[in-house]
Write a protein of this length. Structure first.
Length: 112
């Protein structure tokens, strides 16, 4: 049995510049080698739905940004500290308020 330590690969300073910082812009406009980024596993046991998931997550996130106005519940800055566990839980849960944009109301009234 071979266990791949994805945590160590994702935080290797030889592969990533400043690996402990949250910088999604490092993936903009570049094709990342599959062995450097393992969110869905690798090899024969990799997730068969990874291609679909990568497309659907982007679509869902874009829809949420386009259709809703997002605001913080409090005036405090968002705490991005990681909690304990394997799934990178946040130490403090994110509290946000969303309000449907006017275009969403128009679209839904036309459908009915």
């Amino acid at each position: 049995m071979l266990l791949v330590n994805a945590w160590a690969i994702h935080r290797d300073p030889l592969l990533w510049e400043d690996p402990d910082s949250f910088k999604p812009e490092r993936f903009e406009g570049v094709e990342v080698e599959s062995w450097k980024l393992l969110p869905f596993g690798m090899g024969r046991r990799a997730c068969p739905g990874s291609g679909l998931a990568q497309r659907v997550v982007g679509l869902a996130l874009g829809t949420l940004v386009q259709c809703f106005e997002w605001k913080r519940v409090s005036d405090e800055r968002v705490d991005l500290t990681e909690g304990k566990g394997l799934t990178m839980l946040k130490a403090e849960p994110l509290m946000a308020r969303c309000k449907a944009r006017e275009i969403v109301h128009k679209l839904l009234s036309e459908i009915s």
